[in-house]
Structures are given as C-alpha cells and as structure tokens.
Design a protein around this ligand. Structure first.
Ligand SMILES: CC(C)(COP(=O)(O)OP(=O)(O)OC[C@H]1O[C@@H](n2cnc3c(N)ncnc32)[C@H](O)[C@@H]1OP(=O)(O)O)[C@@H](O)C(=O)NCCC(=O)NCCS
Length: 190
C-alpha cells in the first residue's frame, strides 16, 4: 500500500523542492509559463498574462490539502527564485504506479538541473511513498526530455503513435520510459 505524504520539502546540492506559495506566480510567469520555447512540446499554450499563472498557482496551493498531490516548485539556491516545477501524476493506488512531469525556464536549461530534481523525486517516490513503477513520456521530438529520463536510469518502453494532442492541436507520437522499484534498488543511485 502506498504511504502518501503529500509534497514534502526535498533538498539537493543546488535545489530546494518545495510546495508552491501564492507569490510564486510572478516567478512562474516570468521564468517559464509565458515562454513559447518551454511549451513547444507540451499540451498547454504559454500564459498571456500573469492572472493565468496566478489562478493555476492558487489551484495548486489549494490542492495541497490532498495528500496525494505531489507538485514541487523548483527553487535554484543560487538564484533564490522558482524556475520550474516537477510533479507526480496519474497516481494509481491499486497498481502503485505514477507518472512524472516537469519543466523549467530556458534560461536554466542544460545545466543538469532537471536531472538533479528528477533523481530526488524518484528517490522520494520509491523510498518514502513506495511506488512500484515511475513512468514518464515525451513528444518524440523533445530530445532534451528523453536525455533527462536516460540520465535518471529510466528504461525505454515504446512509442505510441498519435497518442497526445500538442498545443497546436496536432496529434503527436510519444515515447514512454519507466523505472521499476527493483531496478532502482539495484542501481548505484539509491
Ligand atoms: C526537458 C527539460 C526539463 C530538460 O531540463 P534540463 O535541466 O535542461 O535537463 P538536463 O540539463 O538535466 O539535461 C538535458 C540534456 O539534453 C541535452 N539537450 C538539450 N537540448 C538538446 C537537443 N536539442 N538535442 C539533443 N540534446 C539536447 C543537453 O545537452 C543535456 O544532456 P547532457 O547532460 O548529456 O549534455 C527542459 O528542457 C524543459 O523544461 N523543457 C520545456 C518543458 C518540457 O519539455 N518538459 C518535458 C515534457 S516531457
């Protein structure tokens, strides 16, 4: 049985992963939610105004009452602001499965930040909550996201054709990766 704990504070060398607060909407809008580069392979379009980001952050903040809501604001210690988020979705208590989703602003890309965040969330997911499998998927063109999954020791499972709609309304192929609890415990990252 899963041992739900909600979005607890997590720490890595360079990052603090914590619950969103209402005032994070400003960083969210400025750093990632209004950027079309960030949403290029996602299902949602960039936010046109800060009100949209505020509403979403308020929704997330309210959602923390639910102990099954896992959505961390990613704070870069050296920058002292929120640069993105990482979340566990599709939580299934029966099969003890979940999926992870993530994004950060392009000013912070290619510094190993999401790999560092995902490794910590995987550690929390297996050690603290007790998931049996953590999965992730990406639009086949989103090579950077695939690299993050590989660097975190997820295994390629396959590609499903026309399985998701992108933010231009087109159906896109997505590749699926996952890591199993036993693989995690047999790896050197545990
Ligand atoms: C995908 C994303 C989270 C990666 O975050 P990040 O902090 O830059 O990731 P990392 O630095 O840990 O790793 C990125 C890797 O991709 C590589 N990369 C980036 N763009 C690339 C490209 N166009 N082609 C090939 N490799 C690329 C980087 O070189 C790096 O690999 P390396 O460490 O071997 O050099 C970030 O780009 C992002 O937020 N994108 C927008 C939102 C998004 O697409 N989310 C994922 C949805 S599935």
């Amino acid at each position: 049985m899963l041992n739900h704990k909600g979005t607890e504070n997590l720490e890595t060398k360079r990052l603090t992963l914590r619950r969103f607060r209402e005032d994070d909407a400003i960083d969210m809008f400025n750093n990632w939610s209004s950027h079309s580069e960030v949403t290029k392979y996602l299902s949602w379009t960039p936010h046109n105004n800060i009100e949209t980001s505020k509403k979403l952050v308020d929704f997330w903040v309210n959602g923390y009452k639910n102990e099954k809501q896992y959505n961390w604001a990613i704070e870069l210690k050296e920058y002292k602001g929120v640069i993105g988020n990482i979340t566990l979705l599709e939580i299934d208590d029966d099969t003890e499965n979940c999926e992870v989703g993530y994004c950060i602003g392009e000013a912070f890309w290619n510094r190993g930040i999401m790999t560092e965040a995902l490794l910590k969330v995987i550690d929390f997911g297996f050690n603290e909550i007790g998931f049996k499998r953590i999965a992730a998927r990406f639009d086949v063109n989103n090579i950077a996201s695939e690299k993050v999954m590989k660097k975190c020791n997820l295994t390629y499972e396959g590609t499903l054709r026309k399985i998701a709609r992108n933010n231009e309304g087109n159906l896109v192929d997505c590749s699926y990766y996952s890591i199993l609890k036993e693989e995690y415990y047999n790896s050197e990252d545990k």
